[in-house]
Design a protein around this ligand. Structure first.
Ligand code: 13P
Length: 244
């Protein structure tokens, strides 16, 4: 399966910057050996989706509510994301789990809502530094994968060690490979054969300088890129490093 390079713009970008960034990504995206997704803030998602329509670049949201609609001030439903032009949504990012106290069962409910609207869910998991130092990283991630996925899950997993996000630090190649193998084993156990071909992205300080090495590791099905996705040249360089 082609690798997926996804840019998580997080809470960055007013309309003009976002359209400029999207245009620059589109310009470089045509000949890339991978699928490309950008996940802008909800306020500019429709405009970005309009800008990339008909190109190789897809658009995703960064979160959605588990409910279809109702009295949930400030929240956004999966149907709203779809209506605005999204084809995917990031769910259970560690910043959501930390800032908003999202539990894995809540993430699972969001996955169900996203799938019901035809969105590709990208479910994030990853251990904290304390958990890794205690040697608990595989137990933590295994539980997150197990509890965040509904039966029959057919989306994407993103392994993002919390301590590697925005820090410039990454796990060793052996540690990434070991965790991706662990996640694959959990997917097979949880989903049966359906878990064999799901893409497992790596995320956390992916840069042009380390992308080729990370993307060549076994069971790495792409990258979820934060900071480096805000500069089109860096994001495109990472995408160009994808293994085809
Ligand atoms: P950075 O690439 O900035 O470390 O962020 C990773 C991330 O959280 C992507 O979702």
């Amino acid at each position: 399966m082609r690798q997926l390079i996804a840019g998580n713009w997080k809470m960055n970008g007013l309309l003009a910057d976002s359209l400029e960034l999207a245009s620059a990504v589109v310009k470089g995206a045509a000949a890339l050996p991978c699928d490309v997704l950008v996940c802008p803030p909800a306020t500019v998602l429709r405009a970005v989706a309009g800008k990339v329509a008909g190109t190789a670049v897809a658009v995703g949201g960064q979160d959605c509510h588990a409910k279809e609609k109702g009295a949930h001030t400030g929240d956004i439903s999966a149907a709203m994301l779809k209506d605005a032009g999204a084809s995917a949504v990031i769910l259970g990012h560690s910043e959501r789990r930390t800032d908003h106290g999202e539990s894995s069962p809540e993430v699972r409910a969001k996955v169900v809502a996203a799938v019901a609207c035809g969105l590709l869910p990208i479910v994030c998991v990853g251990e904290t530094e304390a958990e890794r130092l205690a040697g608990r990283q595989e137990d933590v991630v295994r539980a997150q994968v197990w509890d965040s996925l509904p039966d029959g899950f057919a989306g994407v997993i993103a392994y993002e060690p919390v301590w590697a996000i925005g820090t410039g630090r990454t796990p060793t190649e052996a540690d990434v490979a070991a965790m991706h193998a662990c996640i694959r084993a959990v997917l097979l156990e949880r989903l049966g054969e359906g878990g064999r071909r799901l893409r497992i992205l790596y995320g956390g300080s992916v840069k042009p300088a380390n992308a080729r090495t990370l993307l060549a590791l076994p069971e790495v099905g792409g990258a979820l890129v934060g900071g480096a996705s805000l500069a089109a040249a860096d994001f495109l360089a990472i995408a160009a490093a994808a293994a085809d």
